[in-house]
Design a protein around this ligand. Structure first.
Ligand SMILES: NC(=O)c1ccc[n+]([C@@H]2O[C@H](COP(=O)([O-])OP(=O)(O)OC[C@H]3O[C@@H](n4cnc5c(N)ncnc54)[C@H](O)[C@@H]3O)[C@@H](O)[C@H]2O)c1
Length: 387
């Protein structure tokens, strides 16, 4: 993520200094960034010489530092993208705080750790600590969630927002709550299909096909293979803990088994599907047929599969709205930009009819109350529409 974010800043003409404690990591990042800049240039410039000039000009402004402190000295903005470990981030922010001028904004790219706890644990003044959460791949996905912690100053939040905007991104403000906007609301996109798979509602191919037929660019099992089943499991665990072990965020035993067996997805050559030289072959043998953990359960039609997944997402969106995570419009925009959804959850509810959505959720809540019990904010809106 660090390399991707550095590329975004370089493209915008900024000077960037990278630091990573792992030997070679920054050198490898430089190679990746240069490739990325050339690809970007091929869209901007017509001839090969001009392309190379543009990319060379940008990469010339990339420096490598031997310590976090050295990278932060004189920086206008620091973006931390170290591994997702609270103690490591707290230690780093302590160091960054000591080595940079007090006007430097210190941002974390954490996916799920509370921004407030990073400053607290580092025992530093929280004013200039904010969240700037980019999406993967950062050069391609336009969303940046801007997270104000409990002690973040308005000037720091504003500065982070303006910079993201100047870099050609779409900054959207989120409350400092588990998973922010997209990682929370999109959790059912993988967890609900995993529950359907276990219940025997369909095979991974049938479920993936049902979701792409509903307009999503990729099915949930192909997506988990792409991002890494271990990465997806870690995100599910983070949300599960962050929401006090709420049943709807409980990771699936199927994810746990695959990770334990080293079937991590595309990068391991096997996950839900099998891969050869990066090309997707058929499903892994255990996923070829419907396997039921629920006796007597029936297979579901593609429309019913898609409806269940979208309903679970929409209900979580209303919960997040009720919790004050973001406005409905911002949630819709964030889900389109950060998760590449074909529509925002509120847009979908409006189109389907809130009354019908409330009834469908109600009907499903007998089976899985925590996921489908209609969110209070949804019931309130349904009541208002009835009047
Ligand atoms: N991968 C994603 O899709 C994604 C998306 C958005 C946000 N994030 C967040 O971005 C951060 C980085 O994720 P990633 O996927 O790039 O992880 P990664 O494991 O690919 O990279 C993390 C890097 O941090 C370095 N590191 C370890 N200890 C460090 C320290 N003390 N100081 C500085 N660097 C240190 C490692 O050497 C490694 O190069 C995490 O907080 C993650 O939650 C990831």
């Amino acid at each position: 993520m660090g390399a991707g974010i550095a590329q975004v800043a370089l493209e915008a003409g900024w000077a960037v200094t990278l630091f990573d404690p792992l030997a070679d990591a920054t050198e490898r990042a430089r190679v990746r960034i240069y490739d990325g800049l050339l690809r970007r240039a091929s869209r901007l410039e017509a001839d090969a010489d001009a392309m190379e000039d543009w990319a060379t000009g940008r990469i010339a402004r990339l420096g490598l530092a031997a310590s976090a402190a050295a990278a932060a000295t004189d920086a206008h903005l620091v973006i931390e993208a170290a591994i997702e470990d609270l103690a490591i981030k707290q230690r780093l922010f302590g160091e960054l705080d000591r080595s940079s001028p007090p006007t430097t904004v210190l941002a974390t790219n954490t996916s799920a750790l509370p921004v407030s706890r990073i400053a607290e644990g580092a025992r530093i003044a929280p004013e200039r600590v904010v969240g700037m959460h980019f999406f993967n791949p950062a050069p391609r996905l336009d969303l940046v969630e801007i997270v104000a912690g409990a002690g973040s100053a308005e000037w720091a939040v504003e500065r982070a927002t303006t910079i993201a905007d100047d870099w050609g991104k779409t900054p959207i403000q989120s409350k400092d709550s588990p998973g922010f906007i997209v990682n929370r609301i999109n959790r059912p996109f993988t967890l609900e299909p995993l529950r359907l798979l276990r219940a025997g509602a369909g095979t991974i191919v049938e479920i993936d096909d049902a979701i792409t037929a509903a307009g999503f660019p990729m099915g949930p099992f192909a997506l988990m293979d792409l991002i890494g089943i271990d990465v997806n499991l870690a995100a599910a665990r983070g949300l599960f803990e962050g929401f006090g072990r709420a049943a709807r965020f409980r990771p699936s035993p199927i994810q746990e088994e695959l990770v334990a067996a080293g079937a991590l997805g595309r990068k391991a050559g096997r996950g839900f599907y099998r891969y050869e030289e990066g090309r997707k072959l058929g499903p892994a043998s255990r996923f070829e047929r419907v396997e039921r953990s629920v006796p007597g359960a029936a297979t579901l039609a593609p429309e019913a599969i898609a409806e269940r997944v979208i309903l679970a997402i929409a209900n979580e969106a209303y919960r997040a709205l009720g919790d004050g995570v973001a406005t409905a419009d911002d949630i819709d925009r964030a889900m389109r930009l950060g998760a590449s959804h074909p529509f925002g959850p509120f847009e979908w509810v409006r189109r389907t009819g809130i009354e019908e959505v409330a009834m469908s959720l109600d009907a499903m809540s007998d089976e899985d109350a925590d996921t489908f019990r209609p969110a209070l904010a949804l019931l309130r809106e349904a009541r208002r529409t009835r009047r």
